[in-house]
Structure formats: C-alpha cells, structure tokens
Design a protein around this ligand. Structure first.
Ligand SMILES: Nc1ncnc2c1ncn2[C@@H]1O[C@H](COP(=O)(O)OP(=O)(O)O)[C@@H](O)[C@H]1O
Ligand SMILES: [Mg+2]
Length: 256
C-alpha cells in the first residue's frame, strides 16, 4: 500500500533518510519508533509529499508520489488523514468547527451531512459535550482527541499519526491508544503511528519498525520486537524500562 524504495532525503548536504526501505500493508497498524531526530516525522511527511525524496521512490498503491502534481496529488492526499505532532487546532474555532474543517474545504458536502458526520466522530472520541468549546478551554488529551476526530472525519483509507500521546500523562495516553485501536477496528484503515512511547507501540501495532540513523533496522510484530537481539533495539527498550516479559504483566483487556 505504502512503499519506500531506497529513499534518500537530504536537507542541504545533510542526509536524514539514507537508503530507507519500508512496506506498509493494507489494513495494518505499523509504528515507527526511534530516538528523537531519527527521521520519524520526516518519513511520515514523505507519505503525503509534504517533503519530497531526494532519491528513491515513495509509492502509494504503486503511484510514485514524487512524480505527480496538481489534481493527481490532491486525489492521493484525500485518501489520508493526518494527526500532526501538535494537535494543530485553530484556536479561534470551536471543537465542532475544527473537526468540520476538512469537510468544508472539500466543498462537496451539504451542511446537513457535515453536521451528521461531525457529530458521529465527536461521539466516537467522546467529545460531543465539548463540541461548542474553544481549544484553549479543553485539556491536552481532549485536544488530541479533537485532532483525531478531525483526521478521521473524511473517512480516509490511511491514517498518519505523529506522536499522538506525546505531552500527555500516562493514563490519558492509554485512553488515546484505546481510541486509536477502536478507530482502527471500526474503520478498517491502514495506520502509521510515529511514537517514542514504547507502550503505545507495543499495544496498538501489528508491526513495529525501528528507525536508526536514517534507515529501518528491523520491522517485526511486537512480541518479536521485545525479544530482539539487536543492540540498538535493546538499548531503546531498556531506556524505557520495558523488559522482554512486558506482555505477561500488561492487563489483557488493554491488548489489541
Ligand atoms: N525541514 C527541515 N529542514 C532541515 N532539517 C530538517 C527538516 N525537517 C527535519 N529536519 C532534520 O531531520 C532530522 C530528523 O527529523 P525528524 O524526522 O523530525 O525526527 P523525529 O524522528 O524526532 O521525528 C533532524 O535532524 C531534523 O533536524
Ligand atoms: Mg517527530
């Protein structure tokens, strides 16, 4: 569905992606993990051509997104929902109007359908009561949920999440994880989740890709990831105090 073939991305002389290969399968949830600056956000931005590869191909269902423009690019972008690192809500619009934004931009939706759709997703993320509030008047967790609602309101095939739990307390983070898993189940979308939160990655993913120095070190299901012998992976898990028996101690109901 999404395929990176030997992608190189340089900013000036500085290479950030250096021969990057990744294949995201239809319907799966894949997490990209790695230390800060590893290239996770840069990778995500390539998928919707917010950044263009210096070399190599980024294919979306076989279409090289580096080689299209105008209407064709717009069509590909319409298939994506994107939750940015900061929830990026417009501060002067209510939660309702923030979520309605992508539908209004699209111009083809009559007002009645906009209302129905926005209410439906706000209910899914538990924000119906907060619909008329301004972003400044709701908590960080609620802002992320509003961002999530906005990302899914157009019913995209592919959802990109950049650090959906960053800046949230652990309890709120797990609520967001559960919500991502529920949306996944209900909508059957393909999801790419950038995170440095290993608990999120382990509990919501079908596979985890470890990024390191501009390449993908390994891509494995969570249980295999925990058993990895790779030094970089081990160091990353140790730094978050995640041991190989993580799943034995984690509450069953929280697992995918
Ligand atoms: N637009 C840009 N111009 C120059 N350098 C950039 C740009 N975007 C990202 N970088 C650099 O690329 C590297 C990877 O960034 P990023 O993908 O944001 O890391 P992370 O894995 O933390 O999300 C960093 O060194 C960052 O400074
Ligand atoms: Mg980032």
């Amino acid at each position: 569905m999404i395929r990176f073939n030997n992608v190189i991305k340089k900013f000036g002389e500085k290479p950030v992606l250096r021969g990057f290969n990744l294949h995201v399968h239809p319907g799966e949830t894949i997490s990209l993990v790695g230390t800060s600056g590893a290239g996770k956000s840069v990778t995500l931005k390539h998928m919707v051509r917010l950044l263009r590869a210096t070399e190599g191909e980024v294919l979306i269902d076989g279409v090289n997104i580096n080689q299209i423009d105008g209407k064709a690019l717009e069509e590909v972008r319409k298939r994506f929902g994107y939750l940015f690192q900061s929830a990026a809500l417009l501060q002067w619009l209510t939660v309702f109007e923030n979520v309605a934004l992508p539908l209004r931009e699209n111009r083809k939706f009559p007002e009645r359908e906009i209302n129905e759709r926005v209410e439906r997703v706000l209910e899914k993320v538990g924000l119906l009561e907060a619909a008329e509030k301004l972003p400044a008047d709701i908590s960080g967790g609620m802002q992320k949920r509003a961002g999530l609602a906005r990302a899914v309101v157009t019913e995209p095939d592919i959802l990109l999440y950049d650090e959906p739990t960053s800046g949230l307390d652990p309890v709120t983070s797990r609520t967001i994880d559960e919500l991502i898993a529920t949306l996944q189940k209900d909508l059957g979308v393909t999801s790419v989740v950038v995170t440095h939160d290993m608990i999120s990655a382990l509990t919501i993913s079908d596979r985890i890709a470890m990024l390191h120095q501009g390449t993908v070190l390994e891509v494995t299901p969570p249980r295999e990831f925990l058993q990895s012998k790779n030094e970089v992976v081990r160091g990353f898990l140790d730094s978050q105090c995640i041991n190989p028996n993580f799943f034995d101690d984690f509450p069953e109901r929280m697992l995918k």
